[in-house]
Design a protein around this ligand. Structure first.
Ligand code: AMP
Length: 226
């Protein structure tokens, strides 16, 4: 299965993408995570990406498309993949069409996570990640760690992402509105999009996503095909 997960920052894309990909036994591919790996490794690409990420802007298309193309070419994606946060503009969507056409494959579905901007700002302001494993995510308000600043799972130090500060979040929301929303419209015109409410517990949102792609129980409310 080949899926896209699209949504504004703070909608829970990363959290849902990890769970969905595990449940479906497909690869989770996040452009943001690939950039953060480069940043951790101190590569030139990472330094370039970081400048844009810190400003809440998209990393240039040629860099982003190259990173994703290289990742999709690896053999572990033949069973399928879930792209999290790519494509984020129409140029990237067209590039993805080309990559898929080259491998004679196509997308099965696009999941669009929906959330208000006020809720995004509230969620992101309190988000804290573990330095040892970014998959360990906390929120100072609704899922705080037992010991402030320390990861419950592995004892790592918790930190706030550079781009999770409020001014940057507002910039990222503007990017989503102006550049990424047209991507959703494009896939909607192809009949591929299901919009899912990102509100509620992680498991509730996951259930909606699974229903949307025909892999779950039909009683999960909050999904609308369009
Ligand atoms: P995310 O981890 O998806 O929230 O992305 C964090 C940041 O990485 C974004 O705000 C962008 O600066 C950059 N980024 C992630 N995905 C893309 C993309 N598809 N195109 C350009 N920049 C991206």
């Amino acid at each position: 299965m080949r899926l896209l997960l699209i949504g504004p920052p703070g909608a829970g894309k990363g959290t849902q993408a990890l769970r969905l990909a595990a449940q479906l036994s497909i690869q989770h591919i996040s452009a943001g995570d690939l950039f953060r790996e480069h940043i951790d490794q101190g590569t030139e690409l990472g330094r370039n990406a970081r400048t844009h990420m810190r400003a809440g802007l998209l990393v240039p298309d040629e860099v982003t498309i190259g990173v994703i193309e290289e990742r999709l070419a690896r053999p572990d994606t033949t069973r399928g993949f879930l792209l999290d946060g790519f494509p984020r503009n129409l140029v990237q969507a067209e590039a993805l069409d080309g990559i898929l056409a080259d491998s004679e494959s196509r997308l099965d579905a696009v999941l669009d996570l929906e959330i208000s901007e006020a809720e995004v700002v509230r969620r992101i302001a309190g988000r804290r990640l573990c330095r040892r494993d970014r998959e360990h995510i906390f929120h100072v308000g609704h899922s705080p760690p037992e010991v402030s600043g320390v990861c419950d799972v592995c004892g790592g130090v918790l930190y706030q992402r550079d781009d999770d500060r409020e001014a940057t979040v507002r910039q990222r929301l503007e990017v989503h509105r102006s550049l990424t929303a047209p991507v959703v419209d494009r896939y909607r015109a192809q009949g591929l999009v299901t919009t899912i409410s990102a509100l509620g517990h992680v498991q509730e949102v996951l259930d909606r996503a699974l229903v949307a792609i025909g892999q779950g129980q039909a009683d999960a409310s909050g999904a609308s095909s369009c």
